[in-house]
Design a protein around this ligand. Structure first.
Ligand SMILES: NC(=O)c1ccc[n+]([C@@H]2O[C@H](COP(=O)([O-])OP(=O)(O)OC[C@H]3O[C@@H](n4cnc5c(N)ncnc54)[C@H](O)[C@@H]3O)[C@@H](O)[C@H]2O)c1
Length: 330
């Protein structure tokens, strides 16, 4: 099977490509990435010379370029997106372009070329849930500009299925952690700052809750939906591992043998969703997917990976280390 993976230089896309190419001989992959935030060629250094891997620098909003790339493939997995909520507060425009226009461009082409598309979405489209858990039928209720663009892409995907019968599937996942994540996000940023004995900012009181899933488990689920998912459907992917941010940071400090005095409570970001929660019964019942990783083991593996790859942490700009990046340029 020949796959077009977009955003494959980023965190989840690169883990997905590595998984497919190292664990199976069934796939050839073209990776289209515009080399924006989160992109790092080193993420794929292990397979860069593989005959089954090909990189094309390009933007998913470029219709002609994407028509040519998709014509060479059986299916598209669209990971490409602007992904940092804090940056979407500073300037939402790049999010509208990549996350909405980009998804639209791919939808239009896969419809004409009769290919399958997996649209990678997020639990953030359901907004903050004080209690209860979102199913595939729950109402989209995004709070941040980032989440709103991901929800818009979902609505476009549904409209293409309803109008043209396009072969598109939506997957929504909870917060991923694991190797190769850009240092602007909570877990790698905490590891980076702790490794340098620098203060670790925590928004508000650190009580915000996320459901953390090891990136490999997410990649397994995406592959299952690609191979056996039903067109026009969406699948929630969650780990039943809801933890507040303060506990996550404390666990990292404990594993790294660092003092909790490094924790620095800072002003919360506006519109900060308190809790996300999703039920993944559907993907388990229909496709047999199950979480394999345990959070403490996954966190240890993740910390070790960053300590073994210090350049990933050292070559980051000072804005990434800022304690309140959402304030920049406001
Ligand atoms: N990280 C998470 O916890 C999480 C959870 C649920 C869903 N998701 C979704 O998974 C996908 C991947 O997330 P990630 O954390 O790996 O992101 P990331 O920021 O690490 O990587 C995104 C990649 O997309 C590329 N990209 C962005 N816009 C592009 C464009 N217009 N054309 C071509 N390439 C472009 C970037 O260069 C980068 O390599 C996103 O769609 C995100 O919304 C992420």
């Amino acid at each position: 099977m020949k796959l077009l993976v977009t955003g494959g230089l980023g965190f989840i896309g690169s883990n997905f490509i590595l998984k497919l190419l190292t664990e199976s001989s069934n796939y050839e992959i073209i990776n289209v990435d515009a080399e924006l935030f989160g992109a790092d060629h080193k993420n794929l250094s292990e397979i860069k010379n593989s005959k089954k891997y090909h990189f094309e620098k390009g933007n998913i909003t470029n219709k002609k370029f994407m028509e040519e790339q998709i014509a060479n493939c059986d299916a598209v997995i669209n990971f490409a997106a602007e992904t940092f909520v804090d940056r979407s507060i500073n300037d939402a425009n790049p999010f509208l372009v990549s996350n909405i226009r980009g998804a639209y461009t791919i939808l239009d082409i896969i419809t004409k070329q009769k290919k399958r598309m997996i649209q990678i979405s997020t639990d953030e489209v359901f907004g903050s849930l004080i209690d209860g858990t979102a199913t595939e039928q729950s109402k989209l209720n995004p709070s941040s500009p980032y989440a709103a663009t991901k929800a818009a892409a979902e609505l476009l995907a549904n409209s293409y299925y309803a109008t043209y019968g396009s072969d598109v599937i939506i997957t929504r996942c909870t917060n991923n952690y694991g190797p190769r994540q850009f240092a602007e996000k909570l877990i790698p940023k905490t590891i980076l700052l702790a490794s340098k004995d620098m203060k670790i900012p925590i928004y508000g009181k650190g009580t915000n809750i996320r459901d953390w899933i090891y990136v490999d488990d997410h990649c397994d689920a995406v592959l299952m939906t690609l191979l056996n998912g039903k067109s026009g459907k969406s699948y929630n992917i969650s780990a039943n591992n809801e933890i507040d941010n303060l506990t996550v940071v404390r666990k990292i400090l404990e594993i790294m043998n660092k003092s909790e005095d490094l924790i620095d409570f800072v002003e919360d970001r506006p519109g900060h969703d308190f809790r996300y929660s999703m039920d993944s019964k559907k993907i388990s019942d229909e496709l047999g997917w199950k979480v394999k990783s345990n959070f403490d083991d996954g966190l240890r593996k993740t910390i070790q990976w960053y300590l073994d790859h210090p350049d990933t942490l050292n070559n980051v700009s000072s804005t990434v280390l800022d304690s309140t990046p959402w304030k920049n340029q406001l």
